[in-house]
Design a protein around this ligand. Structure first.
Ligand code: GLV
Length: 334
């Protein structure tokens, strides 16, 4: 067991309790595994002081690993994000310092696609609003025109981003006989063959789609990708769904579009300044709001934690982690 010796003094910081299986993966390779017992009580100061002398960090999408944090790291070799998105990490600063960064793709695709569909249907058919209506004892009589929603079956789905999750959402849309449009810098031929999806420019998609669903990562090219100009071309019956990252949508522009009835509704799992949700958004009946639970099944979350731990251990063992997002770093480490 060469690793026992190599890691004799390796220290790993984990910012939140993780499933036992993931913890065991870390412990099998690292002697000193520090798990912060309560993420909500991890102050910035404590976070910074804990990462200072760690060789590995296993963190959440809510841990801000910015330039300041990376400057504090004296021995860090790997930052294993327990998420597929890694916009919380300053990738360039990490690469410059020769620190590997990893994510957890694949293991949350289906859970997130399921939740996207839950939002599509619950927004289109006003399910949370109808539930509130009933609980408030307003259901006195069946009504021909009561709580009318938007149809989904046979309509047009516009996918902004056709990667793993976008593709999984498209496959489900086949069961709803939907016409599928997608916007993505890369052509996805497999998606086209399997679902009949058609690649179009963003404005065409926004003009033609009944349901617009966002599945791009957040970076400087996608921040505020959907703003006032984009809302202006949407159908008044359109529904916007976001299970990707909040800042891809200009939240102020969204509120304005909803106020002006530019669109019919929105289903959101993510927000521009999480966990803050603007009071105005909460005031709209036609908006469904979820607390970033796209990947929240026990199966997915366990697999994410295990994968993050495997990535971390691989890096500390001197192997290339399976989900390295900054492969340029390897040249630096050679
Ligand atoms: C969740 O938001 C993730 O990026 O995994």
């Amino acid at each position: 067991m060469p690793s026992a010796r190599r890691h004799h003094s390796t220290s790993v910081f984990v910012t939140t309790p993780i499933p036992e299986e993931a913890l065991n993966t870390l412990k099998s390779s690292c002697d000193d595994v520090v798990v912060w017992p309560d993420h909500s009580k991890l102050s910035r100061k404590e976070f910074l002081s804990n990462i200072e002398s760690s060789d590995g960090l296993l963190c959440l999408l809510t841990d801000r690993v910015d330039g300041e944090a990376i400057r504090r790291m004296k021995r860090m070799k790997v930052i294993a994000n327990c998420a597929v998105g890694f916009d919380n990490i300053d990738l360039r600063a990490a690469t410059r310092r020769g620190i590997m960064v990893t994510n957890t793709p694949g293991v949350l695709t289906e859970a997130t696609a399921d939740l996207t569909w839950a939002l599509i249907l619950s927004t289109a058919r006003r399910i949370p609003e109808a539930d509130r209506f009933l609980r408030a004892d307003n259901y006195k009589e069946w009504g021909l025109m009561l709580l009318l929603g938007q149809p989904v079956y046979g309509k047009t789905l516009g996918l902004v981003g056709a990667g793993r999750v976008g593709t999984a959402v498209a496959h489900r849309a086949k069961g709803f006989a939907m016409r599928i449009l997608y916007y993505d810098p890369l052509r996805n031929e497999k998606l086209e063959t399997e679902t009949g999806a058609q690649r179009v420019d963003l404005m065409t998609l926004l003009k033609e789609a009944d349901i617009i669903s966002i599945h791009v990562p957040l970076d400087k090219t996608t921040r505020h990708l959907i703003g006032a100009k984009e809302f202006a071309v949407m159908k008044p019956t359109a529904i916007l769904v976001n299970t990707a990252r909040g800042p891809i949508v200009d939240e102020k522009a969204l509120i304005k579009a909803l106020k002006g009835k530019r669109i019919a509704g929105a289903g959101l799992d993510v927000y521009e300044h999480e966990p803050k949700v603007p009071r105005e958004l909460k005031s709209f009946q036609n908006v469904v709001l979820l607390p970033h639970i796209g990947s929240a099944t026990l199966e997915s979350r366990t697999r994410m934690a295990v994968l993050a731990a495997q990535n971390l251990v691989a890096a500390l063992d001197g192997r290339t982690p399976p989900n390295l997002v900054n492969p340029e770093v390897l040249q630096k480490l050679r």
